[in-house]
Write a protein that binds this ligand. Structure first.
Ligand code: NAP
Length: 420
């Protein structure tokens, strides 16, 4: 090690990719000082703000991640925005290595006419609202008159959105939805949710557990046309076992008992325009046979993936919306993890594996990396210039306050601002 000081590593982004990398680093390099920055006051990224509010089991991973940062190293530095409060160059002057784990926060667009009509929203904007994200604001669409909604895309986000629109208030009682979204979903008079896929059921990206859950809802039934389901999965790429299990699950949906709300799967339909004068009234769809049809709807939620944003001082692949890298390596001393590295794919355990293996590569590289030019503590520098850094203790107080004020049956009462 050319440096006299113990390794210092900064991770930008306290979501699963960043925190699992921090976990791996603290195991591989127990002497290292690891600082995890996040632009939000709360850690856990998509686990807190992306995982659906009724999937509390999935959110349980925050307990492990919380324990990791509770020890003070890795150290959580919340409410610090890269590019505003600290530049990437400054981080690189303070640390041997910097890991970008900033995710993919921007909704991808379909790029078809009418996409900006009121009533057409992206799943990112929708989930930031219903997950009480600090940038979530008010609901991006008026849900009070929605009788038929379209959910565009055949991934797990599409399933989340369809399920949240379909569930009854009682089914949401144990969720962490706050009063506003809870009331808005409860008052939504939805009768039909159409899940629109541009390809077929075999090509869908659903995981089977998420798909099967739609068959167990209290007031909603999945609707699938038997003719849409092939008898064999053919040559489709991907995980054959999941595809077979998905097909079997969809077959099981053909004869489910009738319930008041329908979740209808419409395959082989690509949206080519959103129609309406002052508000969305229909989606123009192109069928696989080349024909077109119009689907009248009051709401369309596009669930077609996300992209990252360029970071000053780091390369950017504008087409894919990621930081280009080779196994997480961007440049000497600069790394990228999670969705910012590979795009918006994979589940939480995927980020665990990725974060852990990147940590191993950083540990292998660290001895050859030059010592930081500035050996001062960036936390002090940030405080000196008035950045209101949120510490783990601040976060912990907030966390306890959310739990203490939880409505009956709910795990917490999420607040979009830090409770002091
Ligand atoms: P996804 O799995 O990549 O699905 C995106 C869907 O959008 C695909 O069906 C894709 O179709 C479609 N699409 C893309 N561009 C389109 C276009 N121009 N026109 C029409 N359709 C288009 O992404 P996601 O659902 O956003 O999920 C992101 C990641 O988070 C995934 O890895 C997912 O598994 C994970 N996640 C997991 C859970 C869970 O475990 N419970 C919950 C939510 C999300 P093509 O396949 O034809 O491109």
């Amino acid at each position: 090690m050319p440096s006299e000081i113990a390794p210092r590593i900064a991770i930008v982004g306290a979501g699963p990719a960043g925190l699992y990398c921090a976990d791996g680093l603290s195991r591989n390099l127990p002497e290292a000082r690891i600082d995890v920055f996040d632009r939000l006051f709360a850690p856990f990224g998509l686990v807190r703000y992306g995982v659906a509010p009724d999937h509390q089991g999935t959110k349980a991973v925050t307990r492990l991640l919380d324990r990791l940062i509770a020890k003070g190293n890795p150290r959580f530095l919340g409410q610090v925005t890269l590019g505003r409060d600290v530049a990437l160059d400054e981080l690189r002057r303070h640390y041997h290595a910097v890991v970008l784990a900033t995710g993919c926060a921007v909704d991808r667009r379909l790029g078809v006419p009418g996409e900006d009509l009121p009533g057409v929203i992206g799943s990112g904007a929708f989930s930031r609202w219903y997950n009480s994200h600090p940038d979530g604001g008010t609901c991006p669409a008026e849900l009070g008159a929605v009788r038929r909604a379209a959910v565009i895309g055949n991934g797990n986000v599409a399933i989340d959105v369809a399920r949240l629109l379909a569930k009854s208030s009682a089914e949401m009682a144990a969720s962490d939805l706050t009063e506003g979204p809870r009331a808005a979903f409860a008052a939504c008079p939805v009768e039909e949710i159409v899940v629109v896929g541009r390809r077929g059921p075999v090509e869908a990206n659903f995981t089977t557990a998420e798909l099967a859950e739609l068959g167990r809802l209290a007031r909603a039934m999945p609707v699938v046309e038997a003719d849409d389901l092939p008898t064999e999965i053919g040559e489709a790429g991907g995980d054959r076992r999941t595809k077979e299990a998905n097909l079997a699950t969809l077959r099981g949906f053909v004869d489910v008992p009738v319930k008041p709300v329908r979740i209808r799967f419409l395959f082989h339909r690509a949206p080519i325009a959103f129609e309406g004068s002052s508000h969305l009234s229909a989606i123009r769809l192109r069928r696989a046979d080349g024909g077109e049809e119009s689907l009248p709807v009051d709401l369309a939620v596009t669930c077609i993936g996300y992209r990252g944003e360029a970071i000053d001082g780091a390369p950017f692949d504008a087409e894919r919306g990621i930081v280009p890298n080779v196994e997480g390596r961007v440049a000497p001393g600069l790394y990228v993890a999670g969705w910012a590295a590979r795009g918006p794919s994979g589940v939480i355990p995927t980020n665990r594996t990725d974060g852990m293996s990147l940590a191993g590569r950083i540990a292998a590289d660290i001895a050859a990396l030059p010592a930081p030019a500035d050996d001062g503590d960036l936390f002090d520098r940030l405080r000196e210039r008035g950045v209101a850094v949120v510490t783990y203790d601040d976060w912990h107080r907030h966390d306890l306050a959310e739990i203490a004020t939880a409505p009956q049956g709910a795990p917490r009462r999420k607040s979009p601002v830090l409770l002091r």
